[in-house]
Design a protein around this ligand. Sequence first.
Ligand code: HAM
Length: 422
Amino acid sequence: MSINRVKGTYDVLPNESFLWQALEDVIRKTLALYNYKEMRTPMMEYSEVFHRQTELSDMVTKETYDFLDRGDRKLTLRPEGTAGVIRSYVENKLYASQELEKIYYIGPNFRYERPQKGRYRQFYQFGVEAIGTVNPQLDSEMIILAYDFIRRLGLKGVRVRINTLGDDASRKAYQEALEAHFRPHVQTLCQDCQNRIDKNPLRILDCKIDQKHIAVKDAPVPLDHLNLESRAYFDEVLKHLDTVGILYEIAPKLVRGLDYYSHTVFEIEADIEGFGAQNVLGGGGRYQSLVKELGGPDLGGIGFACGMERLLLALEAEHIMLSKEDTIDAYILVLDQELKAFASKILYDLRHQGLLSDINYSHKNFKGQLKHALKLDAKYLVIIGQDEYTKGFVGIKDTKTETQENIKFSEITSYIKEKVGK
Ligand code: HAM
């Protein structure tokens, strides 16, 4: 009996991995232009990095993979990238430079969610964080970066939705308004939401059970509870976006599913026919207390993350190929088994000169070797036979034109290089 993959996970097979590499390439190139540097943090952290008192989201309270290691340490597989990055930022005292730290990351995350198209238990995110200052221009840069990245991918059916939760005081005023709004409905809300009213009424808004509840639909929005400073901050963010010419929508009901946000929040949503329910390609926002909560100074940051599987699904839905898989430049066919060592030498030379080359290790007969070469769509066949070998030649066949020439040993690589334009 064979063993299957874990529910909610998937394999990237050898003939699909180039799509992931092409996506990563666009990510790395875009972030380099915005002067962000990669950070790699562990996939597991001490549980308290994610399980913080202030974080009551479903993601953290219901969906994390928590376990004890063999030394009885409480560990958690990261459900998202931000908290681990901040843990590292604090631990490595990156704040000591007193400059903004601009970081990006690519890696797997783990959430015990109900799997469906675009939703997995292990999924990849690329994320961006700018830590160290509170500045509306930086908020706008983060949104511009997300927008520009999507544009570089070539995706058309995408919406950027923006909102603000305001500063701590505005957030508090909003939470009080929410609490007062939900209080009369308490009996008709789900059990979890009945507890959320006291602890964190914001989380009622994205409750999966009470989604269609009339009180959720009629709930007050953060924009109506902003103080003057927060309103001015948001206006400044929008001014930058308008001046640059970024297309966005203000989404008054957008509050995001994590508890660390204040001020600007945003999401990138796919608007492609037949895309499915999991249409949020990415999201993020500003956070003020995370650095302090994880033992650092009182510094704010802002960031966002995109689900890479969802980006690939969106590219597929819009028929966008970021790259084609490189096909083989030269494939060696050996007619006489005694010439195998010579074939190894030619193969080494071809690869040394930067040509994508291969040989067949499974078939001794010519027909089998040829069949595989054609299946791989090799551009040129290097045919090594005894007669030509004795005369100092190999046959090189162009698989498109089906023409063949005899080429001197010393000219094999230069001949193919010129033909394929490498
Ligand atoms: P998030 O909204 O929880 O934010 O996740 C960001 C993106 O990850 C989502 O928009 C979605 O595309 C993808 N995603 C989430 N869960 C799954 C899943 N189960 N399967 C597939 N894709 C998924 C965060 O994680 C924040 N850390 C973003 C952030 C960074 N905020 C500030 N800095």
